[in-house]
Design a protein around this ligand. Structure first.
Ligand SMILES: Cc1cc2nc3c(=O)[nH]c(=O)nc-3n(C[C@H](O)[C@H](O)[C@H](O)COP(=O)(O)O)c2cc1C
Length: 335
């Protein structure tokens, strides 16, 4: 293998980056400084539009320009294409268009059908990677024109999937699309292992919360450092579908399952969109409050099982450089 072997992948070529490492979109933890720091060090930071505007208080275009002033390197944008509200959809179309006007060429879509995003982004010469947790969503993404898949496994922070990283590679490997491993990567060895499994890159969330650039509260970051794998539980109470959170006293008081009415509504074809919207609005506010609250009284913190390997707060750039160095060392050893 050449020295750059593990670093030269379809993801690095598609996104125009040096290290196949994505700082995934995180509501409410993606702030402009974090996105910029990851991109500037050679990976790619993904903008989460609701986090940029509602949590961190930037008008969308101005927020993108702020990131641009911090780095000239490529950045990406997350388009959550949930179909529950017409108004939300129109806002998302607007955000994608503004991002394209501001030079963003890499998009990560989640939920729903990414076809309209693919059409708009491809017309501008960009690439779209679609978040998937199993084969049926991967087929939908491929048939809608996605250029790559982000395979979200069961160790991920945020909406975790039901499968392991190994199962996902086995299940989606024949689709002929580059695959990015999302979930459970906190340290360099796990990154190198994912690339060696055949992934074209990795998308990390939790690791990048415990950084100097992330604006999440100090108590939230400390909880990530203190938590072990067994402290991560899946709660349905945030968005109606399981979300990985740290098992704090607050989470224990709330319980992990959705109530009976919510469960019934989530099963219905029509009512599920309503229920998701209600959950969405409630959780958007609660997650914002708890991520910024320095008292830690509302400890409602999303994180994945990668907490196990995270034991200090680093700068985001340092993490990208360490991961890059591990790839180079590993490529040289096997070269
Ligand atoms: C706090 C938090 C918020 C997240 N919010 C989003 C989001 O808004 N959109 C999205 O597509 N993924 C979201 N994710 C998923 C991440 O982008 C990424 O795929 C995931 O964190 C990878 O797993 P890891 O946390 O084990 O590294 C979130 C993850 C976390 C930890």
């Amino acid at each position: 293998m050449t020295p750059s072997g593990l670093l030269d992948t379809q993801l690095t070529r598609h996104a125009g980056i040096e290290v196949p490492l994505i700082c995934g979109a995180m509501y409410p933890c993606s702030n402009p400084e974090l996105v910029a720091a990851v991109s500037d060090a050679g990976g790619i930071g993904i903008v989460q539009p609701i986090s940029l505007t509602y949590v961190h208080g930037h008008e969308f275009r101005e927020g993108l320009r702020l990131i641009r002033r911090l780095t000239g390197k490529p950045i990406g944008m997350n388009a959550l294409i949930e179909a529950s509200s017409k108004r939300y959809h129109e806002r998302m179309v607007q955000w994608v268009n503004v991002a394209l006007e501001e030079g963003v060429r890499f998009f990560v879509t989640s939920l729903g059908n990414p076809r309209w995003v693919c059409q708009a982004v491809h017309a501008a010469g960009g690439k779209v990677y679609h978040d998937v947790t199993e084969r049926k969503w991967a087929l939908k993404g491929r048939d809608s024109g996605a250029d790559g898949l982000i395979a979200v496994n069961r160790r991920a922070g945020g909406h975790a999937g039901p499968k392991s990283a190994e199962e996902l590679i086995g299940e989606l490997g024949d689709l002929d699309l580059p695959m990015v491993c999302a979930g459970g990567i906190g340290v360099e060895t796990e990154f190198v292992a994912a690339l060696r499994l055949g992934y074209a890159g990795a998308q990390l969330g939790t690791r990048f919360i415990a950084t100097t650039e992330c604006r999440a509260s100090a108590v939230y970051k400390q909880a990530i450092l203190d938590a072990g794998e067994e402290d991560i539980v899946l709660s349905e109470r945030i968005t109606g579908v399981p979300v990985a959170v740290i098992n704090t006293p607050y989470i224990q008081r709330m319980g992990l399952r959705a109530g009976p009415l919510a469960r019934w509504m989530l099963r219905g074809h029509r009512t599920k969109h309503w229920m998701r919207m209600i959950y969405g609005l409630k959780s958007i506010w609660q997650l914002k409050r708890s991520s910024l609250d320095e008292t830690g009284s509302k400890d409602y913190w999303q994180a994945g099982k990668s907490v196990a390997g995270i034991d200090r707060i680093d700068s985001a750039g340092e993490i990208v450089r360490r991961f890059r160095a591990a790839c180079l060392a590993s490529s040289t050893q096997s070269g």
